[in-house]
Structures are given as structure tokens and as C-alpha cells.
Ligand binder design. Structure first.
Ligand SMILES: [Zn+2]
Length: 100
């Protein structure tokens, strides 16, 4: 099959070639690049439409639910990021206490 290489990972073929409008309901983490479907897909007003029903079914079949925060981070990265920031802030406070 000449097109089998495109369907190997299903998800990208579906989103890139077949259902571009569905892409706006896919969240991609700004840090790790992981994708998941947007919580908007779960909303009843969205799923009530024929278009929404199809998209919600298709996206849920290939992706996990993934919420992004205001900085475009997935919950995993946000947790790591916050921890790193907290550590840096702690170190800075210690430096200030000693140096100033
Ligand atoms: Zn992430």
C-alpha cells in the first residue's frame, strides 16, 4: 500500500490531512510537545452538534484528555516547572540572605 506510511501513526494523518478543523480542539504542550484533546470537547453544547459529536468521538479515540494552563503547559510540565521555579526562588533567597 503506497499510503500505509501515512497511516502508521493514525493520529497525525487524521489531524493533518483529514480533519484540520479538529486541530483547534487538540492541545499541545509548549514544553514537552505532548498532545491531548481539549476539555472543550467534553462540553455538552459542543457534543450536541453533529460536527462536535464526530470530532469528540474521533479525538477521544486517539488522544487523552489534556488541559493546558495559561502558559500552554500540560499538568505534568506545569508541576515540574513550578517546582524548578520554587527551587530557584529558594536559592535566590538564600543567596540574598548571605550576600546582602
Ligand atoms: Zn508537557
Amino acid at each position: 500500500m503506497s499510503h500505509s506510511k501515512h497511516t502508521r501513526r493514525g493520529r497525525s494523518y487524521y489531524l493533518e490531512k483529514w480533519n484540520r478543523p479538529a486541530k483547534k480542539y487538540v492541545n499541545t504542550c509548549a514544553i514537552c510537545g505532548k498532545s491531548g484533546y481539549s476539555p472543550a470537547v467534553e462540553e455538552e453544547s459542543f457534543r450536541r452538534t453533529a460536527y462536535g459529536m464526530v470530532i469528540s468521538r474521533e479525538l477521544k479515540a486517539i488522544l487523552p484528555l489534556m488541559e493546558l494552563d495559561s502558559l500552554g503547559r500540560c499538568p505534568d510540565c506545569a508541576a515540574v516547572h513550578e517546582k524548578v521555579l520554587a527551587d530557584v526562588q529558594k536559592k535566590m533567597r538564600i543567596t540574598h540572605a548571605c550576600g546582602a
